[in-house]
Ligand binder design. Structure first.
Ligand SMILES: Cc1ncc(COP(=O)(O)O)c(/C=N/[C@@H]2CCCCNC2=O)c1O
Length: 437
């Protein structure tokens, strides 16, 4: 364990730790991080997707420098500032008509989703919320309350009903799991909850922390039809897979739906803390002083976010995510032909998941091997984390700027890590201090 990592343990609380190996960094640029021992680490996680443009991107640096050199305050609570207005106008141009009303700014996906959960109930007078099993909408009280991920240490809202997310790898064909999930929802409306009491349905267009689950074709169109019939607002949580990562700017576009409310976070700030909720004016303006924190809407993070959006558009990074995502996915499928541990490769663009299994027939989660694989990859120079309700899905969320050669470099490292794990060459005692999820 490196000096910095050891020192951190003597000074920083573990309450935010979600640690898989002793990663300690002192710098970074592009798709690479610099470890405190001097090693260069290829970053296929991008800090859980927040470093959307990689590290130290010049556009973000220039925007932050300009905003700080002539600083327009530090908050939008009691003052308008130009950076927030420009960013709001930009975000309104990037969402479908139903959502094109007003923008709220926060710090994180958590405070954004918490605000949405409170807002839809207050604005509609409807007390219930729908969400999916396995969903991660945040780590605050109010966002955990509308989540369904089993690893969370929080209380679910009394008015929350969780429904199964169709998982065509675990339970059969896409068509069959889609029909089963829709039948479950219909039964719920017929027997357990009055659909007219449901304010909103929180969806992830690809369920990331739940295991990078890709919904079957047509599933969310069928969900949309039910929501429209009952006047239920659709909230698309784009925090991790949005902003071009999936190969489309908005990930919900893969399902051909038009949500009422869109939530952005993580990569929006390019590594700086900013989130946004975009929704209909009647909902977004239902109250004043309803959800506020002092440095919400600070012009520095807003300027960074505008630079991120402009760079995604100018450098065609959604298209890059689609094309490099194909390279990565093809490479992962090639690894699957050599490594029995790989049970499934799935995702869109640079939002990919690789499920590791103990045996392909039974699809038993290979949780231990997953932890060993990411640890070994780290030793070999690749940063990769895992997700999934059984902690057995490698998550690929690299910077949207990833190049083909970087993709191939990471594939080669993963190939070696999988081989070393399968051959029993990775010391299991290394995992003792790393609980992961
Ligand atoms: C779809 C989705 N919505 C909201 C959130 C919460 O965002 P914040 O962690 O920025 O509050 C997240 C956060 N996801 C977690 C962050 C904690 C570490 C585990 N991996 C994640 O990506 C998310 O994936």
């Amino acid at each position: 364990m490196s000096g910095l990592y050891a020192r951190e343990r003597q000074s920083v609380s573990s309450m935010a730790h979600l640690r898989f190996f002793p990663q300690a960094v002192v710098g970074g640029s592009g798709a690479y991080l610099t470890a405190d021992d001097g090693r260069r680490l290829l970053d296929f996680a991008a800090s859980w997707g927040a470093a959307s443009l990689g590290h130290a991107h010049p556009a973000v640096r220039a925007a932050v420098d300009r905003a700080l050199s002539d600083q327009a305050g530090a908050s939008y609570l009691s003052s308008a500032n130009e950076a927030c207005v420009l960013l709001a106008e930009k975000l309104l141009s990037l969402v479908p008509g139903r959502a094109r009303g007003r923008v709220w700014f926060g710090h994180s996906g958590s405070d954004a989703n918490e605000t949405v959960a409170r807002m839809v109930a207050a604005a509609t007078g409807r007390p219930r919320i729908l969400a999916f099993d396995g969903a991660y909408h945040g780590g605050t009280v109010g966002s955990m309350a509308v989540s369904g991920h089993p690893a969370q240490q929080g209380t679910r809202a009394a008015g929350l009903t969780l429904v199964p997310y169709p998982n065509s790898y675990a339970a059969g064909t896409p068509q069959a799991v889609s029909e089963a999930a829709l039948a479950h929802l219909d039964r719920l409306f017929e027997t357990e909850i009055a659909p007219g009491e449901v304010a909103a349905f929180f969806i992830e267009p690809i369920q990331s922390d739940g295991g990078m689950l890709v919904p079957p074709d047509g599933f969310f169109k069928a969900v949309e039809e039910r929501c429209r019939r009952h006047g239920i607002l659709i909230v698309s949580d784009e925090v991790k897979v949005g902003l071009g990562r999936s190969g489309r700017f908005n990930a919900f576009d893969h399902s051909g739906i038009e949500p009422d409310i869109v939530v952005f976070g993580k990569g929006l700030g390019g590594g700086l803390p900013i989130s946004a909720v975009v929704g209909p004016e009647a909902i977004m303006n239902h109250a004043v002083a309803f959800s506020l924190q002092t440095v919400h809407g600070n012009p520095v993070c807003a300027a960074a976010a505008l630079a991120v959006l402009e760079t995604i558009e100018h450098d065609r990074l959604a298209e890059n995510a689609a094309s490099i995502g194909r390279v990565l996915r093809d490479g992962l499928n090639a690894l699957a032909r050599r490594h029995a541990l790989i049970g499934d490769v799935r995702g869109h663009g640079l939002a990919l998941g690789v499920e590791l299994v103990g045996d392909r027939a039974g699809r038993t989660p290979a949780t231990r091997e997953t932890a060993l694989t990411v640890y070994r990859a780290f030793q070999l120079g690749l940063v990769l984390y895992y997700v999934g309700v059984r902690s057995n899905v490698l998550e690929f969320t690299p910077p949207l700027t990833l190049t083909e050669s970087e993709a191939r470099e990471g594939l080669a490292i993963l190939d070696q890590a999988l081989a070393d794990v399968a051959a029993g060459r990775v010391d299991e005692t290394l995992l003792a201090d790393f609980a992961g999820w």
